[in-house]
Design a binder for this molecule. Structure first.
Ligand code: NAD
Length: 270
């Protein structure tokens, strides 16, 4: 345990699994009160219970579908009631839809993926930024004036690959939105950055595959020359993304805003 986020309140969407869960655990190790937001309420509660069982700071689990603005507003009210303010928001809850060309993509699938991957990020920012920018709160335990937002995008934001137009469009939009949000909220002392992961071993990709089958599946994708090949020729562990999120959430990145940080083993440069 160290104290890079000591006393901070960090809201992490998709905190019940994968990258979001790893970020919750890592942030708590650094002293943050973690709010795990997930539409799988049980998974979010498990994340917070794991932290508290290990003696970490008190947290909060909130069952919320981030694509439902009324639900996001209620989540923000619950956070305000419990902690009074927010220092860090990690917009991470995301989905993908079955890859297909736009000629086969129907309106329902567009609504679904835009609702979670883009509007969900905007809704959380809309309802949590007021809790970051509250000038009346005491900053005694914090080193920053406003806060830090990290939007989880994807290497797909900058790639051309067949069948991924829907997912990649949402991630490209997240990167664009990140730059503009950084401009809009700089005066409130809020930095806004994006992280673009390459392949990360989570349920999201690996699905029901386990053990050797999962390893072979990931290796086939990440080996150089493979579909998502990278220089390191392996997938990331969720904890490696959590470390990058921690850097952007903490004062260590105090002069970074509006940028997209690829955490992809070099995939974006091969
Ligand atoms: P995951 O599926 O392992 O976990 C996602 C979590 O988000 C789950 O707990 C899920 O219940 C929750 N969630 C999904 N939709 C939600 C909603 N509408 N409201 C609230 N919670 C919701 O996924 P992951 O691999 O950890 O991915 C996290 C983020 O990273 C996503 O935005 C994804 O697009 C991005 N990403 C992942 C990879 C990868 O290789 N895993 C690569 C690039 C980008």
């Amino acid at each position: 345990m160290s104290d890079r986020l000591a006393g901070d309140v960090a809201v992490v969407t998709g905190g019940g699994a994968g990258i979001g869960e790893a970020a919750c655990l890592r942030f708590a190790e650094e002293g943050a009160h973690v709010v795990a937001v997930d539409w799988d309420g049980e998974a979010a509660r498990e994340t917070v219970e794991t932290i508290e069982r290990a003696g970490g700071p008190a947290g909060l689990a909130v069952e919320t579908d981030v694509s439902d603005e009324a639900a996001v507003e209620s989540m923000a009210e619950a956070v305000a009631e419990e902690f009074g303010h927010v220092d860090v928001l990690v917009n991470n809850a995301g989905i993908r839809v079955d890859p297909k060309p736009v000629t086969e993509a129907d309106e329902a699938s567009w609504d679904r993926i835009l609702g979670v991957n883009l509007k969900g990020y905007a809704f959380c920012a809309r309802h949590l930024i007021p809790l970051m920018a509250d000038e009346e709160r005491s900053d005694a335990s914090n080193t920053r004036d406003g806060g830090a937002i990290v939007n989880v995008a994807s290497v797909g934001a900058g790639w051309a690959r067949p069948g991924w137009s829907q997912y990649d469009a949402t991630k490209g939009a997240v990167v664009s939105m990140t730059r503009d949000m950084a401009c809009d909220h700089a005066e409130q002392g809020i930095r806004v950055n994006a992280v673009s992961p390459g392949w990360v071993i989570t349920d999201y990709h690996v699905g029901d595959r386990t053990g050797e089958e999962a390893e072979q599946f990931v290796a086939a994708k990440t080996t150089r020359g493979g579909h998502d090949g990278n220089i390191l020729q392996r997938a990331a562990r969720p904890g490696e993304l959590a470390d990058a999120l921690l850097f952007l959430a903490s004062e260590e990145s105090s002069f970074l805003t509006g940028v997209e940080v690829p955490v992809d083993g070099g995939a974006s440069v091969v």
